[in-house]
Design a protein around this ligand. Structure first.
Ligand SMILES: [Zn+2]
Length: 113
């Protein structure tokens, strides 16, 4: 058994019940779990298999998280929507959007007409 390099206290045990949740789908994969901090480390090939399956189901949003900067135009901040998201969500300059502030997050949602 390997020592956990997250908490450096526990040992990694082989498990077959790591739950990966992607959108509303749950995938059970094999990997290792620390018997002290419970950190779960799915095996690389298992993660890859899950990603492939999820892609086939069309539930893998790629990339999962984007880091972008605002730009400034006409005295205001402008956020450019990445091309892949534009395509994936069928957005255009005619798309009406709702903007809401939830805590420290800004949620931009297309409004279906
Ligand atoms: Zn640990």
């Amino acid at each position: 058994m390997k020592q956990c390099n997250i908490c450096e206290k526990g040992m990694l045990e082989k498990v077959e019940d790591i739950l990966l949740e992607i959108e509303n789908y749950a995938f059970v994969v094999k990997g290792e779990r620390c018997n002290s901090c419970n950190e779960e480390i799915p095996f690389e090939e298992e993660t890859q298999k899950t990603i492939n399956t999820a892609r086939k189901l069309g539930v893998w949003p790629e990339p999962l998280k984007l880091y972008r900067h605002f730009s400034r135009s006409g005295g205001g901040l402008v956020f450019r929507v990445p091309n892949d998201l534009e395509r994936q969500m069928h957005l255009s300059e005619k798309t009406e959007i709702g903007i809401s502030k939830v805590g420290r997050k800004i949620i931009i949602e297309p409004i279906e007409n």
